[in-house]
Every structure is written in C-alpha cells, then in structure tokens.
Write a protein that binds this ligand. Structure first.
Ligand code: ATP
Length: 309
C-alpha cells in the first residue's frame, strides 16, 4: 500500500439476503482515498453508499474483497481502526434519555484524554450552535445530527467517515460545517463523506466518486467536473416564442437540446448567461427558470465531452 493512501478498497462486494431474494448492493469496488483529501462519495438512493461505509467500519461483513484503512485490515484490525477514526452514521441512534453532555463525557472517557476531548467538544458545539444540556429526546433531528458531528470530530481523528453529514442541517450550519472541513484538511487529515448534494460536494471535496447500482462509475477531481457544469433553462414568453429564436438558439455554441412547447422554450446551457439573455430579450419574457443538472447528467456530460469549455 502506498504510504499516502488512507483508505484502500479492493474488489469489495456485498450481497444482502439469500436464495432468490438477493440484492447485490456493492459490486467489486476498487477505490483509494489519499491522505489529506476530502473525498465525496455520491450516488442516488440505494446506490450502495451506506453499505460501503458500514463495510469499512466492520459493522457488516463483505461477501468478497477486502479493504485497508491506515494499512490495517478492516476486519482483523477494526478495534485499532475505530480508535483512530471519527464516524457519523446515516441513522444515528443515541441514548434518548441522556443529555448531549453526558454522551460526550461517556464517549470521551472511552477514547481517553477525557478533559482534552470534552474541551474540544464544547468548542465544536458552540460553533455549531448546539445546546448540549438538552436530552437527546428533546433535540430536533438537525440538532441530533450536530451532536453526531461533535462526537465524530471531538477527538480530532486522522480520518473522518461521514454518512450524509449535513442532512437536515440549515444552510448557515452547513456553511460552518464546510469551514470545519476546510480546517480539517488544512491539518493534513482525511475525510470520506457520502452525499446527494452536488453543491456541497463542489464546495468542499477534492475528488468525487459516483456510485450507481452498486458500481463505481467514475472517480474525478471536482475541478474537472465543475468545468462542464451546465444548467437547464426554461423561458416562458408572454405571447409567443419570437420568430426565428428556436433556430438562433440551436446555432449558439453554448446551447443544446432546445425544445419548445407553446410559448415556452427549454434548453441546456453551458457557461455564461449573457448570450442567451440577449437572444431572448427580443420577446417579452414572462418567466425564466434555471435548474441545476442532476449529478448523473453532469457525469454523463463529462464523459461524453459535450461542448466542453
Ligand atoms: P441512500 O442514499 O438512500 O442512503 P445508499 O447509497 O446508502 O442509499 P444502501 O443503503 O447502501 O444505499 O443500499 C444499497 C442497496 O442495498 C439497496 O438496494 C438497498 O435496498 C439494499 N440494502 C441495504 N441494506 C440492506 C439490508 N440490510 N438487507 C437487504 N438489502 C439491503
């Protein structure tokens, strides 16, 4: 194993169930995550992201293949691995009757260096605006998520494995989380996080892997993928689409897939809005709607090299 890789996954597979009711949740995954990077693990619901994370943490057993974290085997050395990582599960189960502080103290005592860890936990809770005196059962789901983040981060682990870390957090707290991740990387630490949210991945990740139906479809740098980002644009005119506009749009290098429906025209656009705005200003624009593409569409565009910048 190369000295700068923190996670190294080889041929990892997981089949749930038996007989006719089998689900191949992960199919021969090969993936390496380097020290000091934030790796975004993306895919639609049911793609196999949580399965991968649960395998890495030795919470479930692989059907085939293996993986190493810090050069240690995920199965044989799971205790040592758990000592050195921070983990946020997708579905948190915390002691409902205990307060945040009680849980933090307990986990800190198990990890050792209780005072140092609790002090750091207090700082993290303050930044995330979390009240740790409340019992878990009295916390909203977003606040439970924050407590999960504090517990994952409080011992400053070398590697963070986070399953959908910002699900349910409001935008300001997401921003704080992104800043925390930047600081984390600046210290040379590594983050592996799963997400559905493209904007989050673009904001904080160095590389992304896209998983679909248990298969890793691509691994790329975020920078490269962002270069081919495009938007779906819908324009509705008050009366009718101006004469000749359809053909004009089709000739524009930044626009493809033009379709019309009554007074409405829809297209895919890459790059700046200005040429399009100039073209449509010939008519009276009643409504302009811009949609981010799905991750899948971005990846497809990236791999087919459509009108790359
Ligand atoms: P999401 O974004 O919805 O959390 P995911 O990418 O994390 O999805 P997984 O939870 O890993 O996806 O699920 C992958 C596949 O495995 C799905 O088809 C799911 O139904 C199936 N699966 C997951 N856990 C089990 C289980 N315990 N028993 C049977 N099938 C399972």
């Amino acid at each position: 194993m190369a000295s700068d890789s923190v996670i190294e996954i080889r041929g990892l597979s997981k089949t749930y169930g038996s007989g006719k009711k089998q689900t191949l949740a992960l199919n021969r995954l090969d993936l390496t995550v380097q020290r000091g990077e934030i790796f975004g693990y993306l895919g639609p619901n049911g793609a196999g992201k949580t399965t991968t994370i649960r395998l890495l943490l030795d919470l479930i057993r692989p059907s085939a293949g293996s993986a190493r974290i810090f050069g240690l085997d995920i199965r044989a050395d799971s205790v040592e691995i758990h000592r050195r990582i921070g983990f946020l599960p997708g579905e948190l189960s915390l002691w409902e009757g205990r307060s945040g502080n009680q849980i933090i103290s307990y986990v800190a005592s198990v990890r050792g260096d209780t005072r140092g860890i609790v002090k750091h936990a207090d700082e993290l809770a303050e930044r995330l605006d979390l009240d740790t005196t409340k019992r878990v059962r009295d916390l909203s789901s977003g606040n439970k998520r924050k407590l999960g983040l504090v517990i994952a981060l409080m011992h400053s682990p070398e590697l963070l494995i986070l399953d959908e870390p910002t699900g349910g957090l409001d935008p300001l707290v997401q921003q704080t989380f992104h800043e925390m991740m930047d600081e984390y990387r600046a210290k040379g630490k590594t983050v592996f996080l799963s997400s559905h949210v493209l904007s989050e991945v673009q904001a904080i990740c160095d590389r992304v892997g896209i998983l679909r139906d248990g298969e890793l479809k691509a691994v790329e740098s975020v920078e490269k993928i962002t270069n081919v980002e495009f938007h779906w644009v819908d324009v509705t005119f008050r009366d009718a689409i101006p004469a000749g506009l359809h053909q004009e749009l089709e000739r524009m290098p930044s626009i493809i897939n033009v379709s019309t429906n009554g007074a409405r025209v829809r297209m895919r656009m890459v790059g700046d809005f200005d040429p399009l705005l100039r073209a449509i200003s010939r008519g009276y624009v009643e409504m302009l709607h811009v949609e981010e593409p799905s991750l899948e569409e971005i990846f497809l565009a990236f791999y087919s090299g459509e009108k790359e910048n």
